[in-house]
Design a protein. Structure first.
Lengths: 470, 303
């Protein structure tokens, strides 16, 4: 019996108490089958005891049938899901795995590393707090390593872990590892990848530096992979300053109650706050923050709430509720990054449906600035986008939308593209800024002193309702 | 330590599920919630009550009754409908009733196909639902790990693993042509432990069959079957014994194995689950047929 099992057996109530307060961390694993990705995930599940006996028995049976590791049971079979994929020997879609430790619950988006599957990685990356990029220590940084890093940056993943795997096959050589590290960090700087990058030398097959510190890498002073996953700070990734509530649903059970439901994408709202509804610009005050468990005094990012207001104003799904003293900009033409996900190419001037948070509006591409080769990160001219291509373009909408750039606020700056005939989701996009050609005038630029003074005024004289300037 | 402006993992899962429930009600014309009366359904119902509070549920619940559910499940179902005031639709495949489909006689595959899969399709065709909430979780079974939260079904309710829509962020594509539908899984990211922990924390009512009690049991093919009514045939050498058992999952009583247990409280159930390490679907007869059997059933229209 492990220590954990003893604890559970001895005092389940205190175990439950501890586990009530865990945090959730979502991460994505990028790499090909050959990098040992499935083995790494299998190792995390196995060493954190998330594999059940009957599943293990089934794997042992399957290992004999289709496994690639001979007599030993093949951890990768645990994660290679669908039957059709197992027959092909590759994972062909995003699969989600779950495991939990004393500290955190983890959701893994497991995505394949093959070139044609850029869309799968973008899908998995869209909800990830952190990316694990696998490198085979024997081969160092490959084209696919750069591709994975580029997509992680595009989707705005803030924390990057580079797992330098198969260290056992190069005798745990410090030199090889250090060279890979130097080369990777230099590449990361070139593409302006996240500031938070950690490299870990490990062996998924044998478990070195995955859960336990390896005796074979005395020169490595950093954390094990699991220790990092359990402890990395993600709470400060959230924006608690700029309040945004995309209205999802208007709840009207009777004539006396009109509640505006939605998930707060950023910021904090309190009873009594002055709010403005966009795009109508009508204002009111928060009367109540209603939940099934009782009314709240305040609510914050990620909570799903219902607001009632002091005044009866017309609000519908697709509107955004913000605080009156700090409002986002609106526009109908945006510079956007697009990942194209359909066999049918993305065409200029063709009308698509754009779904951003709870808004659905018609829109089309006015022009392409360039497309980026995911392997070389070079810009090329483009007239359309094919499946798995990534481009920078100008998107024009039929109506204007309150927005934030994707890097500042994921929910306010991300959208999917829907084909009007097939109804399929054909692309995904991220707003970088409003287009310069937008008919509205450009915002004035402020000096450092003006910005600081504005911040002080907003902090100490909130009742003046001064607008935030940047 | 978690500060006051940070959600715990359960609160985050709760918020995400509520988001999905509201999104569906806002965008679809005729949604319905599958209600299997089990613990996952109990959690899904609880989340729906939260999502639309103070209103009553803005959609009906649908129970596909095979005629072989545990009696206690049916009692519990009707009691909950009365307490929460939701609209309950119950459908049983009339052809199956006419042919007296019997899992003891026709086997689990035929019974499941006719009474569950066909019964479900009949109900969906009858009411023309365009969105159907289900309580399935991705951690239940390998073929579920790749399931979308919005799972697209064609006019014949079939699931095509190669033709599923990409799903990014929390933006869901609700557009369907006439006759097509979406199965929606608000509990996708919950694990079995999350479900139990949430039931415990939120005091969610569940069917008493989950708790250990002395029950009449007969051993059939190594599986402990509860003698819930007089329809259980006794083969030679089989005898009914009173045993202290409980159920980890609930379905049709002839297809659901009981486990020996002394767990009579929620913490004891969770303790038992954490220490036994046998995944919960093992007690169900239908999954063990062949590799990828769940995948095949899903393509045919099973949940």
């Amino acid at each position: 019996m492990s220590i954990l099992e003893k604890k559970i057996a001895a005092d389940i109530e205190s175990y439950l108490k501890e586990h009530e307060n865990k945090e959730l961390l979502r991460f994505i694993t990028c790499g090909s089958v050959d990098d040992g990705k499935s083995t790494l995930i299998g190792r995390l599940l196995h060493d954190s005891k998330m594999i059940f006996e009957d599943q293990l028995a089934a794997i042992k049976k399957d290992s004999k049938k289709s496994g690639t590791t001979g007599d030993e049971f093949d951890l990768s079979l645990l994660v290679d899901g669908l039957q059709s994929e197992r027959e092909q020997g590759i994972t062909i879609d995003v699969a989600y795995r779950y495991f939990t430790t004393d500290k955190r619950k983890f959701i893994i988006a497991d995505t394949p590393g093959h070139e044609q599957y850029t869309r799968n990685m973008a899908t998995g990356a869209s909800t990830a707090d952190l990316a694990i990029i696998l490198i085979d220590a024997r081969y160092g940084i490959q084209t696919q390593t750069k591709r994975h890093s580029f997509i992680a940056k595009l989707l705005g993943i803030k924390h990057i872990v580079v797992a330098v795997n198969k260290m056992d096959l190069i005798d745990f050589s410090e030199d090889v590892y250090e060279n890979i590290k130097k080369e990777y960090l230099s590449f990361a700087k070139d593409i302006e990848l996240s500031e938070d990058i950690t490299l870990i030398p490990l062996s998924a097959l044998n478990g070195d530096n995955v859960v336990d510190v390896s005796q074979k890498t005395p020169w490595y002073k950093g954390e094990t992979l699991l220790h990092l996953l359990e402890n990395i700070e993600i709470g400060s990734d959230r924006d608690l300053v700029h309040f945004r509530l995309p209205v999802q649903y208007v709840n009207r059970p009777n004539l006396d109650f009109r509640g505006y439901c939605g998930t707060i994408s950023s910021g904090i709202i309190s009873v009594g706050d002055n709010i403005t509804v966009l795009p109508s610009k009508k204002s009111s005050k928060v009367k109540e923050i209603v939940t099934y468990d009782g009314n709240l005094e305040y609510a914050y990012a990620q909570q799903a709430i219902t607001l009632t207001l002091e005044d009866e104003i017309d609000i519908s799904r697709g509107d955004t509720i913000v605080k009156s003293d700090e409002q986002p900009d609106s526009a109908n033409a945006f510079d956007v990054n697009i990942v194209w996900m359909s066999e049918e190419p993305l065409l200029k001037h063709k009308s698509y449906l754009i779904k951003r948070a709870s808004s659905v509006v018609a829109g089309s591409i006015k022009c392409f600035y360039y497309k980026t080769d995911v392997n070389t990160q070079e810009h090329q001219s483009a007239n359309l986008l094919n499946l798995n291509e990534i481009g920078h373009a100008q998107l024009e909408l039929e109506t204007s939308l309150a927005y934030d750039p994707y890097i500042k606020n994921k929910a306010m700056g991300s959208f999917i593209i829907i084909d009007r005939v097939t109804n399929n989701t054909v692309g995904a996009g991220m707003i970088t800024q409003k287009s310069q050609t937008d008919s509205k005038t450009k915002a004035p630029e402020y000096g450092e002193f003006e910005i600081e003074l504005n911040a002080l005024i907003r902090k100490h004289f909130p009742h003046w309702e001064a607008k935030e300037i940047f | 330590m978690i500060d006051t402006k940070r959600l715990t993992h359960l609160k985050q899962l709760e918020a995400e599920s509520i988001h999905i429930l509201r999104e569906v009600v806002a965008e679809f014309d005729n949604p319905v919630m599958m209600y299997s009366v089990g613990k996952d359904s109990a959690v899904m119902l609880h989340l729906a009550l939260k999502a639309f509070f103070p209103a009553k549920l803005p959609f009906p619940l649908l129970h596909v009754d095979t005629g072989w559910k545990f009696k206690e499940m049916i009692e519990f179902r009707d009691k909950r409908a009365k307490e929460e005031g939701f609209e309950l639709l119950v459908h049983t495949n009339p052809e199956g009733v006419e042919k007296s489909i019997n899992p003891f006689v026709h086997g689990s595959a035929v019974h499941t196909d006719i009474m569950k899969t066909e019964g479900l399709k009949q109900a969906l065709n009858k009411y023309k639902f365009d969105a159907v909430f289900g309580g399935a979780r991705r951690d239940e079974e390998k073929s579920r790990a790749k399931e979308r939260i919005y799972s697209f079904r064609d006019k014949n309710h079939r699931w095509d693993p190669k033709n599923q829509r990409p799903e990014l962020w929390s933006i869901y594509n609700s557009r369907v042509h006439k006759g097509e539908s979406i199965r929606v899984f608000p509990l996708s990211n919950w694990t079995e432990l999350d479900i139990w922990q949430y039931i415990y924390l939120e005091h969610i009512p569940i069917v008493p069959l989950y708790f250990a009690k002395k029950r009449p049991i007969v051993q059939k093919d190594g599986i402990k079957i509860m003698v819930d009514d007089e329809r259980v045939p006794l083969e030679e050498g089989e005898e009914i014994k009173e045993e202290m058992v409980r159920f980890r999952t609930l379905g049709c009583y002839p297809l659901t194995g009981a486990v020996e247990s002394s767990a009579t409280t929620l913490p004891e159930i969770i303790q038992e689950m954490l220490l036994t390490k046998t995944s919960e679907r093992q007690g169900r007869v239908i999954d063990n047929d062949s590799a990828g059997s769940m995948e095949k059933k899903k393509m045919e229209g099973y949940f």
